[in-house]
Every structure is written in structure tokens, then in C-alpha cells.
Design a protein around this ligand. Sequence first.
Ligand code: HEM
Length: 448
Amino acid sequence: MALAETIKAGPTAGPLDHVPGHMGMPIFGNSFEFLRDPLGFHQRRREQYGRVYKYSILGGRTVALCGADALEYVLMDQDRNFSSRKGWGVLQQLFPNGLMLRDFDDHRSHRRIMQAAFKPRPMRDYMLHLNEGIAHAMGAWAPSERFEFYPAIKELTLELGASVFLGLKMGEEAAKLNQAFVHEIAASLAVLRRPWPGTPMRRGIKARAFLLDYFRDLIPARRAGDGDDMFSQFCKATSDDGAFFTDDDIVDHLNFLLMAAHDTTTSALTTMIWAMAQYPEWQDAMREEVLALGTEQLDYDSLDRLEVTERVFKEALRFRPPVLILPRFAERAFEFAGYEIPGQTSISVSPGLVAMDEELWKQPTLFDPDRFSDNRAEDRSHRFAWAPFGGGAHKCIGMHFAIMQVRAFVHQFLRHYHVALPADYQNRWQAVPIPKPRDGLPIILSRR
Ligand code: HEM
């Protein structure tokens, strides 16, 4: 059937016979190879087939578009063709109305309201809460020859989330909520998608119901109070044209935002600590600039003064990006790199693959923060060379918050501790869904 006929015939996917690549085994497709090493999976196919190829994960068929140009084309989406909601369909059951699961005009109007909660005034308040929570942890973390960093930072980011996003005091309540988030996140990534008894999906759906009810009960108090947490901001936020969130919007947005913020920041902070331990010269340089500030905690107005830290953080996100692949769904047919891709097709672009592109980065497999220095500026080789936070309409709304949290943590951490890797350390990470060390990242943690 000709392509035009396929499109006219309605929303069924057109043929992909002309697109190179192979779909692997029946049902499972290329899933096993992909899950073993997602970056290698795409690198091999990019080499074998070029910038456009098809593949299949868990039965679905996807066309990968590679390179910084592809990222720009898809994320800027001038023709409003690429649906994020349908691309991220895997999150539909647990986070159906989150910001990333909305498209086009609907997405834009929600994002405009949410933006109010990320303006400098509220950000200053969040910074105070972050500093307070981090100081609490710095007092509690005991030096050890084998301190498992990953679970410790995961617990801390959850506690910080409870305080900054929800305005809850740390304690039992936070522990209950944390458990529900853990179930929800586990379910969103579960292979078995049916909520059968005893499955992660069933636990996740129950956790979602619990969390939404919990948030909903708090809305009257948050609306009436003068809290400086993000929940209170969502209750009062309006866009320039006066639009505001309903109660349903608030609970859904909070639920999604907590998920979007948590594992990503945890992963980035873990890579940062690994880098500091692996490259002591960078740890020393970062500590020097931290100590030069001369303050116990990082002040909001001093955020931009940690230049070395910024370079190491950018490199950490390039080297091990928390979000490797961004999925979209093409509503209509389009052409890219000489291929006609039919409408109703899942596509993917990958900031992680671009971050390892030898045409854009010098020796990309090396951890080298200096590539971000002004005289090298490899990240400026293409507008989308460095895109760990995405780009275009769906660019991470929490980017500045994440940067702030990482700097606040690193600042206090380096004042209190020195970090090194044990002699028997082996660098083993799980890549999907979000990078995490398989061994919890054991570090030698000592007080300075
Ligand atoms: C290092 C940490 C983080 C990384 C690497 C990261 C990465 C990303 C990426 C790549 C996207 C775009 C996804 C797409 O286009 O399909 C995104 C979207 C989003 N992120 Fe983040 N994120 C981080 C932290 C955060 C934090 C701390 C928050 C909240 C405070 C947050 C909230 C969101 C939200 C709400 C969206 C959806 C935006 C939209 O659809 O308009 N993220 N993030």
C-alpha cells in the first residue's frame, strides 16, 4: 500500500520495510539485548545502519533517529507532530496526567501555571529547606571504610522531596510516603503491566491511590496557609492570563513531579560522588573552591560561584545521563535523513548517544570536565550536543532546581567529608531504567 493511502486509511501504523534494522525475536523483539547494554545496543546499530533504523522493545516497534540534528528536529517539533504523551505511554497507568504526559496546547497551558513555582522567589525558599535537610544528613552520616552511598543518597533525596515539594516534616509520615513512592516507581518500570494480585503493578496502583488521597486531603490547608513548599505554590500558582490548577491537577502534577525529580537527581549525585572518588584531583579542586566561599552552607546568591563543580556536574551528566532515551510518537508521516517515516509510529532520540558522538566530543569515553571550559567548549559544537535535560517544549522544568540541589549537597559534603574508592572497587552500573551502581557504590567516607 502506498504511504499516502496508509495515512488516509486512519491511525494504523504504516509499513517500515524500507527502514533498515531488524526487530529481533517474536514478542520479545530486541528487549534482552537492549536491557543488557542500552547504549551499546544503539551504538552498534548506529554504526551498522546509519542515522535511522528500526528496533523493537517488548513487542512495540520503534524508529530511532540518531544525532544532535535528530534531537533538535524532534524536540523542537516545529510541526507539532511528536506526542510526548503517547511516546511515554509506559507511564500512562501510574502518572496519567503528569506534565510530560500532556501535549501541545494542553501541555503549554499547564506548564505556564507550573512555571510560577520555579521562579526565583520560591526557589530561594526551597534552597533554605534543601540546606537544612542536607545539614541534618551531614551530621548523621557516620564515617566508614565501606559506606554505601547510593541507598544513603536515595533516602536523603526522598526526605528532601518530602520537605521541599510537600512541606512535610521528616519523620514517620515521610517514611510512609516514601514507601508508596518506591512502589509507584517500581510499578512504572515493571515488565508485567497487568495489576494482578501480588504484582508490582498492583502495589503501584494502590500506592498511587494512597498518594493522591493523601495530597487531596492536604489541599485545603495548603491553599489557606502561607507555606513555602512546592505543594503550596501549586495551590496558588496562576499563569499570566490568570489560569490556575484544579484539585485534580494539583495531585496529579505533584505525583508526577516527585517521580521525575527523585531517581534522576539521585543518579546524578551518585555519578558525581563516584567521579570525586575516582578522580581525587577533581575532588580537591572542587573542595578548594567550596572552602574559598567560606560559608557553612551554600547561599542562593553564590550558586554561580562554583565553577569547577559546574564543569564536573556537566561532565557527570554527559558521561552517565540519567535519561538516556526520549520516546515520542509521530502522529503524522514525516521525513528525516532521506527516510519517509509513516504516521502513527513510535520514534526515539537519544541525548545519551549524542553525548558519546565522536564528531562532537573529543575522546568521549574519557571523563574530562575540562571539555566544558571556555577555551574548549565542546558542548557548544551543536545546540543539542549536551542535552541531558532534553529541550524544546518538554525541557526539564526542574533543571535549575536539580542544579541547585546538587550544588547545595556537594558544598556541604565536601566541607565535612573526604571520599575515596576501596581497593577492590569494580565499576559496575545498571543502565536502565535509570543508571544506578549495582553494588550501592561502596565508598571510604572519612571526616575532614
Ligand atoms: C539531574 C536531574 C534531572 C534530569 C537529568 C532530568 C531530565 C529530564 C528530561 C530529559 C526531561 C525531558 C523528557 C522528555 O522530553 O521526554 C525532563 C522532564 C521533566 N522533568 Fe526533569 N530531570 C531532572 C530533575 C528534575 C527535577 C529535580 C524535577 C522537579 C523539581 C524535574 C521535573 C521534570 C518535569 C515535571 C518534566 C516534564 C516537563 C514537561 O513535560 O514539560 N526533573 N527531565
